[in-house]
Design a binder for this molecule. Structure first.
Ligand SMILES: Nc1ncnc2c1ncn2[C@@H]1O[C@H](COP(=O)(O)OP(=O)(O)OP(=O)(O)O)[C@@H](O)[C@H]1O
Length: 303
């Protein structure tokens, strides 16, 4: 497999504290790599090392199959990044802000409208940034990170502080990048729900260590959610569902459906009602990243 990013034993210490510990990151080409972990897990430290902003205590980083320390400038020319909240000139327009960066990067003027289109800000290109919502500012930050037409895009918590519609906009924008532009994307987050529908590969860090690295489908097996049913007689209802061939679980008196498709849930509910059960609640079990961690640390899985 062709890896765009490959780290060996990547380690960073701050005094006695081990912020990143023997990380073996493997990011295949064209993937959206969700880099997940709770606050303080070491995501930002790892990203800073990938961007050559911080030296590893030990270990090595290969990007585009070249060693980062020896080919720093050539590698970073092909990398775009958005780390921390970007700063803008609020009294300048979106276009003018990008123009200032364009000159530094030495890319063509045409690229400015190109990246504004990608992030769907072309219509407000000539509006001052001070009137922008947080979501628009984040999109402008992504536009800036795309100016040099990178092969690898690294976004550190780009959805931080955004409302749900802002998160969806960023998601839709990022999802198109590998297909439309051949990019590989790293996106870090402390929220599984944000990464869940965007990433194709996932790396999960906890206390500086990689505790899981595999495809999103493999991760979903761990994070499998259920539909919980609150019914009048859960044990009898469970038996009835099984007898009907519907997959269900009874755990401490709590009944849940294992097949979450709309059709199967509707079928189960309809059947139980027909059989005379009262249904008080049908709800989706929400698993937090912490729940998934707990499960994963029990069965360590680094693919
Ligand atoms: N410059 C620094 N000096 C000392 N300790 C640091 C430094 N930067 C990070 N750390 C420590 O390293 C650990 C990992 O921090 P890091 O910021 O990489 O985590 P994170 O996963 O990105 O979390 P967050 O989402 O909160 O940014 C933390 O315990 C943090 O306190």
């Amino acid at each position: 497999m062709e890896y765009i990013v490959e780290t060996e034993n990547l380690t960073k210490r701050f005094g006695k504290e081990l912020a990143v510990s023997a990380l073996e990151m493997r990011i295949p080409k064209g993937e959206i790599y969700g880099f997940l972990g709770p606050n303080g897990a070491g995501k930002t430290t790892t990203i800073r090392m990938l961007l050559g902003l911080m030296r590893p205590t030990s270990g090595s980083i290969r990007i585009f199959d070249k060693d980062l320390t020896r080919n720093r400038i050539n590698i970073l020319k092909r990398v775009g990044s958005l780390v921390e909240n970007p700063s803008y000139y609020p009294h300048l327009t979106a276009y003018e802000n990008l123009e200032a960066l364009r000159k530094i990067l030495g890319v063509s003027k045409a690229r400015i409208m190109g990246v504004l289109k990608i992030v769907r800000l072309q219509e407000v290109a000539n509006k001052k940034v001070k009137g922008f919502s947080l979501g628009m500012k984040q999109r402008l930050g992504i536009a800036a990170s795309l100016l040099n037409n990178p092969d690898l895009l690294i976004l550190d918590e780009p959805t931080n502080g955004l409302d749900p519609s802002g998160i969806i906009e960023i998601r839709q924008l990022i999802q198109r990048l590998p297909q439309d532009y051949g990019m590989t994307v790293i996106i870090s987050s402390h929220l599984l729900s944000e990464i869940d529908q965007m990433a194709t590969t996932v790396g999960i860090v906890s206390k500086g260590r990689m505790i899981f690295q595999d495809s999103i489908d493999e991760m979903r097996k761990f994070a499998k959610q259920k539909v919980l049913l609150k019914v009048s007689d859960s044990k009898a209802a469970w038996r009835a569902l099984l007898a009907k061939g519907l997959r269900a679980d009874l755990d401490n008196g709590n009944l849940s459906l294992l097949n979450r498709t709309d059709e199967k849930v509707a079928e189960a509910v309809k059947y139980l009602v027909q059989e005379g059960f009262s249904i008080y609640r049908v709800e989706e079990e929400k698993k937090s990243l912490e729940d998934v961690f707990l499960q994963m640390t029990k069965e360590e899985h680094v693919g």
